[in-house]
Design a protein around this ligand. Structure first.
Ligand code: F6P
Length: 319
């Protein structure tokens, strides 16, 4: 192996830059050339790339976003698009490709494997919805961002004796809502993995008021419902003063936490090691503190286990 490619794909996640840096520097350390494709699979199909040198990845470890840019690439979903990508890789003499991204991006990498391209996936998404890794790059930063927002909203909620319904990202998973809800002390957390009734949320609110609570925070994962819909129902049921905040893409930006930088550095370096050992068609991940690799076949065909024990703990603590 002489030359490897790297790209970031799908939604950006804080820490992706640290992963790019780790891949580039670890590969250069071992005498490999590194080609960075811009705009995810789009840049791969259309031959948009730059050679990454040691200096190309300087001064990025602490920056959110991705220096390689990212995109969703509908053209890549078609066989013709993927064949285009394979011919660019051949033209450029690229022996293997490292793909940093979420579920859809790693599925894209698995499709390239079927066409004979050696790939390794690095899990990068704020959603933390990939199996075979305890954490994905960007999740910890996103949870910190949401927790900080809860702190701020709680101040104004208390002053006005209001209820805030806060909607967070996560696509069809509730990991961000659960982690931020637990660390932010939310009174109720609504996630797609656990069935809920808004009537019960209303009862909890009313019990809280009777006990003298001045405010309440309800966290809604976007995959469970919409904050606006939940707030409307709660207004009818409780007649309380309710406000809605949809945190949106603010959750995807910002300075990555040291946890995400560490994770990204370890996973990026491990991806290079995996390719050097001759292994491909795998995703690297963090499993109980250790970096492990799992085949796409295994990783992409299972659902991550939702930590119901943490959910119940959050419910008890918000009594
Ligand atoms: O997968 C990351 C994510 O931020 C999800 O949480 C969210 O549902 C989606 O991407 C938003 O995508 P876009 O940036 O394309 O609107």
């Amino acid at each position: 192996m002489r030359r490897i490619g790297i790209l970031t794909s799908g939604g950006d996640a804080p820490g992706m830059n640290a992963a790019i840096r780790a891949v580039a520097r670890k590969a250069i350390y071992h005498g490999l050339e590194v080609i960075g494709f811009r705009r995810g699979f789009n840049g791969l199909m259309h031959g948009e790339y730059e050679k990454l040198r040691l200096g190309s990845v300087a001064d990025i470890i602490h920056r959110g976003g991705t220096m390689l840019l990212t995109a969703r690439a509908p053209e890549f979903l078609e066989t013709a698009g993927r064949k285009k990508a394979v011919s660019v890789l051949h033209e450029q003499g690229i022996d293997a490709l490292i793909v940093i991204g979420g579920d859809g991006s790693l599925r894209g990498a698995a499709e390239l494997e079927k066409l004979g391209v050696k790939t390794v996936g690095v899990p990068g998404t704020i959603d933390n919805d990939l199996a075979c890794t305890d954490y994905t790059i960007g999740f910890d930063t996103a949870v910190s961002t949401v927790t900080e927002a809860i702190n701020k909203l709680r101040d104004t909620a208390t002053s006005h004796e209001r209820v805030f319904v806060i909607e967070v990202m996560g696509r069809s998973a509730g990991y961000i809502a659960l982690a931020a809800g637990l660390s932010g002390g939310a009174e109720s957390i609504l996630v797609p993995e656990i069935p809920f009734a808004v009537e019960e949320v209303a009862e909890r609110l009313q019990r809280g008021v009777k006990r003298g609570k001045l405010h309440s925070i309800i966290l809604v994962a976007e995959g469970a419902s919409s904050a606006l819909a939940v707030a409307e129902q709660l207004k009818v049921l409780t007649k309380m003063d309710i406000r809605v905040t949809i945190l949106g893409h603010v959750q995807r930006g910002g300075v990555p936490t040291s946890f995400d930088r560490m994770l990204a550095s370890r996973l990026g370096a491990a991806a290079v090691d995996l390719l050097r050992s001759g292994c491909h068609g795998h995703m690297v991940g963090l499993q109980q503190g250790e970096i492990k690799s799992t085949s796409y076949q295994e990783a992409l065909h299972q659902k991550k286990k939702f930590p119901e024990d943490l959910y119940h703990l959050a419910t008890i603590l918000a009594i």
